[in-house]
Design a protein around this ligand. Structure first.
Ligand code: UD1
Length: 419
């Protein structure tokens, strides 16, 4: 088992380069199924989740070549067949379910075991299934498997009860070859949705409005192979912004898109962090007195739930009372228990965390309970007095490329220890 060991108190300085977005590349890899041809994805973050979805594709006979040096994946889906993907792999992560839409589109149906993923809430898939049914598929959930069958998919108007990212992507991918027009209303607006639509359009799809509340998809006969370079990771960017703030340091973050970061920039600026954008870079200076703030997570363009634990960690070091309300996932405060081991003063009241800033955090052995919680604990460790050991870091490896190496380059006293 590996762990990350941090000696807190170092000042960070210098520059860090942001990788491409995990949440873009996973649906894009799933979308390659639609081509029945060769797709090339560049600038791929070499992450555990990327290897999992690539292996799922291999388990249904796709030919996947991963070039770790060039950060490139070549996927040939011409030999994919309607067969069972490896359930062990599918259960590892929720994004596995994103192959369902493309498989239904290409083969008129598919059977997949219910997915797994971070333990941050019940995470149902009802909205995905309602969308497939609205397109004319017969959907059945039995013995832990979902089966969808459709003689023909027909475009429809689909109103999502909640702007789910995964449901928007899955329905969009199922609908690209449906007869006629599909309109997804109350769709998720995350930048990764637009990135997926751009890739699908480059394959020959006819999608407009992605990135807004209403997505229009005009069905096409078939799609062809294409190449794509996914957008930058706004959550990794935000994590490094908090790293600067929590260590009272000034760093430069390269390869960002200011537009995607607006909700994070707004809240950190409100807390008193100095942030300046220079093209595709951000200068973040946390070396000043910060104020407590209140935050509520919301679908994009609101404050992202994937930044909630990192900011909770930061606010636990800011004098005064802050309130963080989680509206997206009902079980996303597991990091609070771990932060308390480090001396944080946080009380959970329903969906809110009431945070009383403490003078200092102290190093402790803490457990990464999920991907972003793990990153948040590393950030707390950077600011804490003494040594912090973060265990169960396999969660962190699912979503951050070389996080400890990037922080070390910035001057942190941090290392991965393989036991
Ligand atoms: C995606 C992101 C994840 C992020 C989340 C919210 C990927 C690979 N993952 O996850 O990092 O935290 O968006 O920004 O892109 N829901 C339902 N029924 C459904 C689907 C969702 O009730 O059929 C609920 C979920 O339980 C949750 C909320 O909708 O409470 C948001 O989930 P969703 O937007 O679907 O998240 P994911 O796509 O799983």
């Amino acid at each position: 088992m590996s762990k990350i060991v941090i000696k807190g108190g170092s000042n960070l300085h210098g520059e860090v380069n942001i990788s491409a977005a995990k949440n873009s590349v996973l649906p894009i890899i799933a979308a390659s199924i639609l081509s029945g041809d060769k797709c090339i994805i560049d600038n791929v973050p070499m992450l555990e989740d990327v290897f999992v979805i690539s292996n799922i594709l291999k388990s249904i006979s796709a030919d996947v070549t991963i070039d770790k040096k060039l950060n490139k994946i070549i996927i040939d889906t011409s030999n994919i067949s309607y067969c069972d993907p490896c359930s062990e792999l599918v259960k590892k992560m929720r994004a596995s379910f994103l192959i369902m839409g493309p498989m239904i589109s290409r083969f008129g149906g598919f059977k997949l075991c219910l997915p797994g993923g971070c333990n941050i809430g019940t995470r149902p898939i009802d909205l995905h299934l309602k969308g497939f049914a609205a397109l004319g598929a017969k959907v059945n959930v039995e013995h832990g498997f979902v089966e969808a069958k459709a003689k023909k998919l027909i475009g429809n108007k689909i109103y999502l009860d909640f702007p789910s990212v995964g449901a928007t992507e899955n329905i969009m991918m199922a609908a690209v070859t449906a007869e006629g027009e599909t309109i997804i209303e109350n769709a998720a607006e995350e930048p990764e949705i637009k990135d997926l639509a751009d890739f699908l359009n480059s394959m020959g799809a006819n999608i407009t409005g992605a990135g807004s509340r209403a997505i229009h998809i005009k069905g096409v006969k078939n799609l062809k192979g294409s190449s794509h370079s996914p957008i930058c990771d706004r959550i990794e960017s935000g994590t490094f912004m908090v790293a600067a703030a929590i260590t009272k340091s000034k760093i430069r973050i390269n390869g960002i898109n200011e537009e995607y970061l607006k909700p994070i920039i707004a809240k950190l600026t409100e807390a008193g962090v100095y942030i300046r954008c220079e093209g595709n870079s951000l200068i973040v200076d946390g070396n000043r007195e910060l104020n407590p703030i209140d935050i509520k997570t919301m679908p994009y363009p609101g404050f992202p739930t994937d930044m909630q634990s990192q900011v909770t960690g930061l606010l636990s070091t800011v004098k005064g009372t802050s309130i963080v309300t989680e509206t997206i996932f009902e079980n996303r405060f597991m990091h609070v228990m771990e932060m308390k081991r480090m001396g944080a003063n946080i009380k959970i009241d329903g969906r809110s965390a009431v945070i009383e800033g403490v003078d200092k955090l102290t190093g402790a052995e803490v457990k990464a309970t999920d991907l972003r919680a793990g990153a948040a604990l590393i950030l707390c460790g950077l600011a804490a007095e003494g040594k912090t050991e973060v265990i169960d870091i396999y969660h962190i490896d699912r979503g951050y490329v070389d996080i400890e190496k990037k922080l070390k380059l910035l001057g942190a006293d941090i290392e991965r220890v393989n036991e």
